[in-house]
Write a protein that binds this ligand. Sequence first.
Ligand code: NAP
Length: 264
Amino acid sequence: MTTSLVTGATAGLGAAFARRLAAGGDGPRERHRLVLVARDAERLEQVARELREGFGAEVEVLPADLATDTGIAAVEERLRDRARPVDVLVNNAGFGNRGGFLDVPVEDELRMLTLHCEAVLRLTTAALEVMRERRRGYVVNVASVAAFMPRGTYSASKAWVVRFTEGLAQELRGSGVRFMALCPGFVRTEFHQRAGMDASRLPSFAWLDADAVAAAAVRDLALGRVVSVPSLRYKLAVGLARHVPSTLYGRVSSRAGRRYDPRG
Ligand SMILES: NC(=O)c1ccc[n+]([C@@H]2O[C@H](COP(=O)([O-])OP(=O)(O)OC[C@H]3O[C@@H](n4cnc5c(N)ncnc54)[C@H](OP(=O)(O)O)[C@@H]3O)[C@@H](O)[C@H]2O)c1
């Protein structure tokens, strides 16, 4: 039995991860248990039902707001439960704030840092306690191609996710636990609508499909990649970002950002 805990599992990329992990790929006899985390309890139950009916998976739901101390603590407790160990942790929950830096109240930026950084740090630490003892486990931290571009708190928080994950992969090499930062480009999910962004003007080639991103991530994890950038076009974009001066890349990405963010 493989147990995977996915945060932000009710929509977009998290729901795609949950489907991918519930489906497995290791033969019909392998059974999968999912622990789904998000704030909306009703939606969690609905996704759980779909996974039980569609894939025969065992599913637990754990409603929690990971931008709060109590929400993070509840998921830490589940990850530390040695009687029901978690093999795969996917730190995926995240959101964007609408507008430029000066438009966003600092409380909203802090909420983002709590969800994107503090929750990822604390959940990874809790999962690692058990994974290290068992000498097995996988941690996938969802970052973004934005991690490679200087563009506000969102990019900075995702850059932290990438560096944090790379550091752990290095430090815990040989421990039996693997780490991967997933850096997708634009994915069709609820993300942009929730952030109040008008993404309708983005060209269709910019968009990735959530199920395809989750499938690419699982493949890259099996290959032992530490940073996964799904699709050739975004691999090229990240390759370029690593070589072009960040001031220049920042100007280009800000201009592109303003095209789909009406307030930008
Ligand atoms: N979509 C993109 O273009 C894109 C590109 C690169 C990276 N990403 C990253 O991919 C990840 C998933 O985003 P998505 O595009 O799938 O977004 P999405 O469709 O809006 O889904 C976000 C998920 O996170 C949950 N969530 C949000 N705030 C939460 C909180 N405080 N506590 C617990 N759960 C919370 C939501 O459920 P509830 O509302 O019920 O809590 C939902 O399940 C994020 O980390 C995002 O930064 C997205």
